[in-house]
Design a protein around this ligand. Structure first.
Ligand code: NAD
Length: 296
């Protein structure tokens, strides 16, 4: 299939590479020319604007952009993807944005005769490179069925979450819980160590007891408890604290719009905001444990 791909950053580039590997023909655009070069070397066709992608022969267009303002600027407006695409061309936005913006863009697409899915991902850059991302997809069942084989070239779990915007709902709810659980594990690990316990022994107890969760048994924030996690390499790589801050902001903002209390989510957002303000936004989000440890 001929696919248009816009946004070739840390996530978009490896996703686009996997589409090429699966035999699709790709037209690509990014504001960053270097990002485009990498894909062109692998066989993609460079295009000089989102408008040019929309006016080309792509049967489906995928975007992977930083945040809602970028998504709106690429999709909406008189030179946007929606206005310039042929009706019937499917649009898939994989960026993480708030559910309300996703629904607004999907409604504009529907009004122009373009089926649209929101399909944010989890799995990070490692999952994007390995083609093992989880896609949380919002949109009609028929559009989901149409897109499923394309998404399967980039991911392992492709989940239909319901109507437009529900992919983003699943993403913000999951990541809010992840932020809260990471802070909880950090607090418990730091307490145990401050009270004299060995970190590995404590993690072993937690991971076979009722406190166990992904943040404790797969991504433990205490250095040396697990190999091959950011905590054991100076909190480099992984999922940046600023990205967690962004996702917690999306969750608290979305909650405000439906008057839904997210007390721990808001607290987690403030903790990451404070952590980021101290210059730690580039560290992996498990580094939040440094707010608690007395021995650092
Ligand atoms: P990134 O900043 O590395 O890449 C974004 C790309 O979009 C950049 O190459 C940038 O030049 C391009 N871009 C920005 N505005 C553009 C425009 N108007 N037209 C064309 N290109 C434009 O970001 P990323 O890490 O790839 O993340 C992309 C999305 O995926 C974000 O919404 C992020 O929250 C989400 N996400 C990221 C991760 C992760 O681990 N990095 C994991 C899950 C989800």
């Amino acid at each position: 299939m001929h696919i248009g791909f816009i946004g070739l950053g840390n996530m978009g580039a490896p996703m686009a590479h996997n589409l090429l590997k699966a035999g699709h023909q790709l037209s690509v655009f990014d504001l960053n020319a270097l990002a485009v070069d990498g894909l062109v070397k692998a066989g993609a066709l460079p295009v000089d604007s989102p408008t040019a992608i929309a006016q080309g022969n792509a049967e489906l267009i995928i975007t992977m952009l930083p945040a809602a303002p970028h998504v709106k600027s690429v999709y909406l407006g008189e030179n946007g993807l929606i206005a310039r695409s042929r009706p019937g061309v499917m649009l898939i936005d994989c960026s993480t944005i708030d559910p309300h913006s996703a629904r607004d863009v999907a409604a504009a697409a529907a009004a122009h005769g373009n089926p649209m899915l929101d399909a944010p991902v989890s799995g990070g850059t490692g999952g994007a490179a390995a083609g093992t991302l989880t896609f949380m997809v919002g949109g009609s069942a028929a559009d989901f069925d149409h897109a499923q084989p394309i998404l399967a070239a980039m991911g392992k779990n492709i989940v239909h979450c319901g109507d437009a915007g529900n992919g983003q709902v699943a993403k913000v709810a999951n990541n809010m819980l992840l932020g809260i659980s990471m802070i909880g594990v950090a607090e418990a690990m730091a307490l145990g160590v401050a009270l004299g316990m060995d970190a590995r022994t404590l993690a072993g107890v937690i991971n076979t007891s009722s406190g166990r969760c992904w943040s404790s048994d797969t991504y433990n924030p205490f250095p040396g408890v697990l190999d091959n996690v950011p905590a054991s390499r100076g909190y480099s790589g992984g999922f940046g604290s600023d990205l967690m801050l962004k996702d917690l902001g999306l969750a608290t903002e979305a909650a405000k719009q439906v008057r839904q209390p997210v007390i721990l989510g808001a607290l987690a957002q403030q903790l990451y905001q404070s952590f980021s303000a101290q210059g730690n936004g580039g560290l992996d989000f498990s580094a939040i444990i440094n707010q608690y440890r007395k021995d650092t």
